[in-house]
Each structure stands twice: as structure tokens, then as C-alpha cells.
Design a protein around this ligand. Structure first.
Ligand code: HSE
Length: 405
């Protein structure tokens, strides 16, 4: 019998209980032993729920119980999750978590503690919800040098952008819908301002580089400035706007960014809609691969957590995860990375065209019939630094969105 404790009975925690209840027989068969939830830690009581008799309010009860071999942390946030996870590992218990904030901030340390003790610290659900991406990167793709990971890693914003694109939906109304469906973070500003995607790409970047990518070093822009006019321009260009989180090796150095991008029809992420996430991976041997699926929500996320519980249960004395060192990876300066840019300008095209061509390369002009007082244009590929220097010459510029070729 493998006994586990679940820390937190919120959306994901209740999902974990439901997955184990629904698929218990199969899960036990896969482990080769019976899995039993011994405790559920939460501040609240849940009378009449399936976990009523398992609830404890005291973490000490769990940590002292030597029968508990795996702790499942699905509380979210840094504290008390960090303290509970670290103490669990130090007490000889493996941990499965869905907590990207925790992994992005303390992953190197927690992996190292687990590795030293032949335990497992597993976090498949922390990136891409139910999509397997951590395990492929740490096992299936270990023959490759990964040169690029670009993903739609936030379900809430992808849901919102899809609704804005297809239904001209109102920003606040679609955010509320995403919250009601259990996709959004407790504080949804983490979704719309890009911090959620930032932590996720920091985790993936750390895995592929083997060094700690500090999420605070990743330039992050959310979707709060995206308007229906921007979506109109994207449609006119046969493009869509997606919040991309990306880590790419350019000239032997990794650069990383989270920002809304216009992407063209031939881009592998173009058709990823609603709450779905997708992660595009380019390996130096593999070439291109795509991982696609349910990126948020109770059961998809819980499915990934339970997969980790099974993995930990099958490997009680062996650490299966790769790791990254505590050394911080020096990221390429944003100003040195190269892209095309979509730019909106107040005024008339005729007056500015020649000057724009001189600064941004031969630009492609786009106009919307309903917007008489402005126009848009696409630059040629250029560095962010050159774009920023050029843009300073044009006070008429009112908005810029990066373009992913
Ligand atoms: N708020 C997150 C999202 C949940 O919308 O993707 C999954 O991490």
C-alpha cells in the first residue's frame, strides 16, 4: 500500500482525489500496489464530501507519519507550499506538485534535495496543465540539444484571445468566463499580465539549458494592451494574436520572452484556440515537435499530478528527474534578439512612408477601413534594439506587437 497526503483541496486538489477515485483500479495496476489517500490538508472542513474523514488542518501530522511516502502539493503560491515541500523531502517523502511559482523560484534547490536523497520531486502539471512536456524533455528528448521552445502556456489568455478574435467579445466578460470555468489564477492579473506564462517558460528554459533561468530576468508583457483594433489588424494581415512564451538559442546564447505576438497561418501555434495550450520544440537532431492539449482546468491538471504520483510510487528509491544547477543562466539581451514588428501609427501613410522605409526596411502597410486616423505597418526583420532606436524618431507610433515568423 502506498499512502499519500494531498496538501490543498481546491480546484486541483479535488481533481486529484477525483482522478484517483475514478481510475483507482487502473492506477493501482500500473503501480503494482494499492494507492491510498491518507490525508487531505486544508484550512476548511468539507462535510459531506468524499474527503470529509481525511481532512487534517495540521501539517505536522503528515510530516510525522512515516507511512506517508508521497506528498502532493496543490496549494499554489510560495508559502507555506515551499516550507511544506522542503520539509517533506527532508523527511524522506517524494513530492508531486502543480505549483509553477514554487518550481520556478525554488526548483533547483528542491530538485537537489530530492536527488541527494534518491527521492522524486516531480512537477509535470506545473507547465501546460495536462500536456506531457516536462517528462518528454527530461527523458524522451535527452539525446537532443533543444534549440527552441515556444509555447502558448496560458489557457486563460488563449481563451480570451480566441473569444476576442472569433466573437469580438468584451475583454472583461471573457476574463470572467475563464475565471468561472476554473482556468484563471486566484489573482487573474498573473494570467493577463503574463507572469503565469513567464514562470512556465522559466521552468522549461531551466530544463533545456541545465541552469537556473530566473523568471525575473525574462522580459514579460501580457495581453492587457491588446484591443479589438489590434485584432482587426491581425485579421487584415491573415494573422492571429497569441501570447507566446519563448526560449530560443540565438548565436549560442538563450534568449527568452513572454509577449503577445502576431503569428501567421503557417505557424504551428496558429490553430491553438480556447483553453488549449501547445508547446513547439525544436531539437538539433529531432527537428520540430509539437505538444498540444488541455492546458488548464481541474481534471487535465489533476491527471498530470496523478501521473507524477504513479511515477514516484513506481520509483521509491530512485530519482527519475533530470535537474538544473543553481547557477543562473545569463540570458541574451532583449535588444539583441531579432524579429519583425507590427506597428500602429497615428496620421497618414503618405506623409510617413518614405521615412519609415528608411528606418524599418521596406515596410508593408496595412489599413483598416474603419480607422481613418491611423495605419499599421510591418517592419523587416531587425533587432529589438534597432527597432526601439528607430521608433523613438516617430512620436506618432501608438502601439507595437511583435511578429513571430
Ligand atoms: N491560470 C493558468 C492558465 C492555469 O490559465 O493556464 C494553469 O496553470
Amino acid at each position: 500500500m502506498i499512502k499519500i497526503a494531498v496538501l490543498g483541496y481546491g480546484t486541483v486538489g479535488s481533481g486529484v482525489v477525483e482522478v484517483i477515485k475514478t481510475n483507482g483500479a487502473l492506477i493501482n495496476q500500473r503501480i503494482g500496489e494499492e494507492l491510498e489517500i491518507k490525508y487531505v490538508l486544508d484550512l476548511r472542513e468539507f462535510p459531506g464530501s468524499p474527503v470529509e474523514h481525511l481532512i487534517t488542518h495540521d501539517f505536522e501530522e503528515i510530516i510525522k507519519d512515516e507511512e506517508v511516502k508521497i506528498v502532493v502539493e496543490v496549494m499554489g503560491g510560495i508559502e507555506p507550499a515551499y516550507t511544506f515541500v522542503k520539509r517533506s523531502l527532508l523527511a524522506g517523502k517524494s513530492v508531486a506538485t502543480s505549483n509553477k511559482a514554487l518550481v520556478a523560484k525554488h526548483g533547483a534547490e528542491l530538485l537537489s534535495i530530492a536527488g541527494e536523497r534518491n527521492l522524486n520531486f516531480l512537477f509535470e502539471a506545473s507547465v501546460g496543465g495536462g500536456i506531457p512536456i516536462i517528462r518528454p524533455l527530461t527523458s524522451s528528448l535527452t539525446g537532443d540539444e533543444v534549440e527552441e521552445i515556444t509555447g502558448i502556456l496560458n489557457g486563460t489568455t488563449n481563451y480570451m484571445l480566441s473569444k476576442m478574435y472569433y466573437e469580438n467579445a468584451d475583454y472583461d466578460a471573457v476574463l470572467k468566463e475563464a475565471q468561472e470555468m476554473g482556468y484563471a489564477e486566484r489573482d487573474p492579473s498573473a494570467d493577463v499580465e503574463g507572469q503565469d506564462a513567464c514562470r512556465k517558460i522559466a521552468i522549461l528554459a531551466s530544463l533545456i539549458s541545465g541552469k537556473c533561468v530566473d523568471f525575473e530576468h525574462i522580459y514579460t508583457e501580457g495581453i492587457t494592451e491588446i484591443t479589438t483594433e489590434d485584432i482587426g489588424y491581425a485579421k487584415a494581415l491573415d494573422m492571429k494574436i497569441k501570447l507566446l512564451a519563448s526560449c530560443k538559442r540565438e548565436d549560442s546564447q538563450f534568449g527568452a520572452i513572454v509577449a503577445p505576438h502576431m503569428i501567421a497561418k503557417n505557424h504551428p501555434l496558429y490553430n491553438v484556440e480556447d483553453v488549449f495550450n501547445a508547446i513547439f520544440v525544436k531539437g538539433n537532431m529531432l527537428g520540430d515537435a509539437m505538444f498540444y492539449g488541455s492546458g488548464a482546468g481541474k481534471l487535465p491538471t489533476a491527471s498530470a499530478v496523478v501521473g507524477d504520483i504513479v511515477e514516484a510510487a513506481k520509483n521509491p528509491e530512485r530519482s527519475v528527474m533530470g535537474t538544473w544547477s543553481g547557477e543562473t543562466l545569463e540570458l541574451k539581451e532583449k535588444s539583441d534578439t531579432k524579429k519583425r514588428f507590427f506597428v500602429r501609427v497615428k496620421g497618414s501613410e503618405e506623409a510617413l512612408r518614405e521615412e519609415l522605409d528608411k528606418v524599418f526596411g521596406t515596410v508593408r502597410i496595412v489599413k483598416l477601413p474603419e480607422l481613418n486616423s491611423e495605419f499599421g505597418f510591418l517592419t523587416e526583420v531587425m533587432s529589438e534594439g534597432d527597432y526601439e532606436t528607430g521608433a523613438k524618431q516617430f512620436p506618432q507610433i501608438c502601439h507595437m506587437i511583435r511578429v513571430e515568423a
